[in-house]
Design a protein around this ligand. Structure first.
Ligand code: BES
Ligand code: MN
Ligand code: ZN
Length: 512
C-alpha cells in the first residue's frame, strides 16, 4: 500500500526518485502556450523560469493525463522531474478543479510505478487541494498483482511495484486541516482499494462464503458488528430471493449485516449491495462475450463493505449498516428455472421469467431486511442492468429514488467527490409490465427502459415511508478499457466515495 505524507521540504531538497509538477494549457494566450501549475515555483526557478518552455520543446501540450519526463536541474536531490498534464488552465490560478488534480496525481502515480518515493509539487494551496492530490496519488498507484508471477503485474507496469510513497510538498505538515485531509483520504482510498481487490479477485476464489469471511475479518479489525446468515439461516428466515438465486451454485449464498454504530449518532443510514460473486445468467445463460467480466457483479456489495469500514475508520457520528446480498448465479439441476415462483423475505411472490435478472431478487430480500430497522434512509448499489450502461455509458452511474430531494442530494454528493452520476426517473407506467398472471410480480418487464424497470422492481421491497435510492453502477464498476487518471483497469471502486460522503452528510445532519 502506497503511503501518503506531508512535507515542508522544498522540492530541490527532497530525497526522492522524482518530483511531480503540473502543466496546463493556457487557453487565454496564443495557442499552444503552457503554464506550470502552482506548487512548482521552486522547480521552475531552478530551470531559470523556463520550465514551461522546456516542456513545450519536449512536445508537452498540457493535455489531461499527459506525462513528460525530464532530468531534474542540477542541485536537486531527486534525479527526475515528471510533468503531468492538467488540461486547460482555470481562470484563476488558485482554481484548479479538485477532479483535475485527482486525475493528474493519479496519472503521475501510475507513471511512477517502480519508484520508491515521489514528491508532488502540484497545487496544494489549501487542504482540499492537498486532499485531491493525495487521493489521486493513492488511487492511481493501485495495482492488482496477487495472481501474477512473483506478485508483479508484468503486463501493465513492466514488472514494477506500485509507487511506495507520495509526499505532498508545500502541504503544511503541522496544520490540522492538512493532517485531517491526509488522514481522511488515506482511510477512504485504502478502503476503496480494498473494494477493487475484492472485485478483481477471480470468482473461483471469491465465492459468497469467502466474501462473508472477508467481512468478518474486517469487522474484527475495525470493531464492527457483523452477522452472517448462511443458507440454513436464510431458509429459516424465508429469504426466498437470495436462496432462489444461489440455488444453482455449489457455493451457497450469504446475507451479511455489517454494523457501525457511533454513540453520538443521530441518524441511521442503511447501505445495501448486490453481491453476485459470479453472474453466469443461470438457466437463462449469458452467451460468450457477455460473461467474462461477470466477477464484477459483486461491485455493489464491495462498495458498501468499503464504505462501512471507511465510516468506522473516520469515526463518523452516524450509524451505518451495510447489507451484503451474496450469491453465485449458476445453472445446474438445482438452479431456479424461468417460470419458478419465489416467495421473497417480504412475503411477496415473484415469478422468475429470466434467471439473469437475479440482482433485483437478492436486493429485494436485503432491502426488506434493511427496512425492518427503520433507518432514516436506504441506498442500494448494484451492477444491475446492461440497459443503464447503454443509457449512460461506462463512466456514469444512474441514480433512482423514491424522493426527488434525496436523489438530488446524492447526485450532488457524487459530483463533490468526483464521481460521474446522473438522475434517472422511475416512470409509473412501467410498473404494469411486471404484472404476473401467477405471482405478485415478475422479475422482468418491458425491455425498453430496462434500468428503470429494475428500479421499480426494487421499490416494491422498500419499507413504507422509508427514503430510498438506487445506484445502478453497471457502467463504471469495471473498467474494461485502459487505465485513465486514477482509474485502473478492472474493478474501479465505483460509488465508494459517494457512499462515504453520504455518511458524512448524514453525520452532519445535512442529509434529508
Ligand atoms: N449483472 C447483470 C448486469 C450487468 C451488465 C452488469 C453489464 C455489468 C455489466 C445483470 O444481472 C443482468 O444480467 N441484467 C439483465 C437483466 C435482464 C435479463 C432483464 C440485463 O441487463 O440484460
Ligand atoms: Mn444477471
Ligand atoms: Zn447480475
Amino acid at each position: 500500500m502506497t503511503a501518503l505524507t506531508l512535507s515542508t521540504t522544498a522540492a530541490p531538497g527532497l530525497r526522492a526518485d522524482a518530483i511531480v509538477v503540473g502543466v496546463a494549457k493556457d487557453s487565454g494566450s496564443k495557442s499552444g502556450d503552457l503554464v506550470v501549475a502552482p506548487g512548482a515555483e521552486a522547480v521552475d526557478e531552478a530551470y531559470d523560469g523556463k520550465l514551461a518552455g522546456v516542456l513545450g520543446t519536449l512536445g508537452a501540450s498540457g493535455a489531461e493525463g499527459e506525462v513528460t519526463k525530464l532530468p531534474a536541474p542540477s542541485g536537486f536531490k531527486a534525479p527526475l522531474v515528471l510533468a503531468v498534464g492538467l488540461g486547460p488552465r482555470p481562470e484563476k490560478d488558485s482554481g484548479y478543479d479538485a477532479e483535475a488534480l485527482r486525475r493528474a496525481a493519479g496519472a503521475a502515480a501510475r507513471a511512477l510505478a517502480g519508484s520508491k518515493k515521489a514528491g508532488f509539487a502540484l497545487p496544494v494551496a489549501d487542504a482540499a487541494d492537498a486532499a485531491a492530490v493525495g487521493e489521486g496519488a493513492l488511487l492511481g498507484a493501485y495495482s492488482f498483482d496477487s495472481y501474477k508471477e512473483n506478485g508483479k503485474d508484468a503486463e501493465s507496469r513492466n514488472g514494477k511495484a506500485p509507487l511506495g510513497e507520495a509526499v505532498l510538498l508545500g502541504g503544511k505538515g503541522r496544520d490540522k486541516a492538512y493532517k485531517a485531509a491526509v488522514e481522511r483520504v488515506t482511510a477512504v482510498s485504502e478502503e476503496l482499494n480494498r473494494a477493487r481487490d475484492l472485485i478483481n479477485t477471480p470468482p473461483n476464489d471469491l465465492n459468497p462464503a469467502a466474501f462473508a469471511a472477508a467481512a468478518q475479518e474486517a469487522a474484527k479489525e475495525h470493531g464492527l458488528k457483523v452477522q452472517v446468515l448462511d443458507e440454513k439461516a436464510l431458509a429459516k428466515g424465508g429469504y426466498g430471493g437470495i436462496l432462489g438465486v444461489g440455488s444453482g451454485s455449489a457455493s451457497a449464498p450469504r446475507l451479511v449485516k455489517l454494523s457501525y454504530t457511533n454513540p453520538k449518532a443521530k441518524k441511521h443510514l442503511a447501505l445495501v449491495g448486490k453481491g453476485i460473486t459470479y453472474d453466469s445468467g443461470g438457466i437463462s445463460l449469458k452467451p460468450a462475450g457477455h460473461n467474462e467480466t461477470m466477477k464484477c457483479d459483486m461491485s455493489g456489495a464491495a462498495a458498501v463493505f468499503s464504505a462501512v469500514v471507511a465510516a468506522a475508520r473516520l469515526g463518523l457520528e452516524v450509524n451505518v449498516t451495510g447489507w451484503l446480498a451474496l450469491a453465485e448465479n449458476m445453472p445446474s439441476g438445482s438452479a431456479t428455472r424461468p417460470g419458478d415462483v419465489l416467495r421473497m423475505y417480504s412475503g411477496k411472490t415473484v415469478e422468475v421469467l429470466n434467471t439473469d435478472a437475479e440482482g433485483r431478487l437478492v436486493l429485494a430480500d436485503a432491502l426488506w431486511a434493511a427496512s425492518q430497522e427503520k433507518p432514516d434512509a436506504i441506498v442500494d448499489v448494484a451492477t444491475l442492468t446492461g440497459a443503464m450502461v447503454l443509457a449512460l455509458g461506462s463512466r456514469t452511474f444512474g441514480i433512482m429514488a423514491n424522493d426527488d430531494a434525496f436523489r438530488s442530494a446524492i447526485h450532488e454528493a457524487a459530483e463533490e467527490v468526483g464521481e460521474e452520476a446522473w438522475p434517472m426517473p422511475l416512470p409509473e407506467h412501467l410498473r404494469k409490465g411486471m404484472d404476473s398472471p401467477t405471482a405478485d410480480l415478475a422479475n422482468m418487464g418491458e425491455r425498453m427502459g430496462g434500468g428503470l424497470v429494475a428500479g421499480l422492481f426494487l421499490r416494491e421491497f422498500v419499507g413504507e415511508g422509508i427514503t430510498w435510492a438506487h445506484l445502478d453502477i453497471a457502467g463504471p464498476a469495471f473498467n474494461e478499457g485502459g487505465p485513465f487518471g486514477y482509474t485502473p483497469k478492472g474493478g474501479t471502486g465505483s460509488a465508494v466515495r459517494t457512499l462515504v460522503r453520504l455518511a458524512e452528510l448524514a453525520a452532519a445532519g445535512d442529509l434529508g
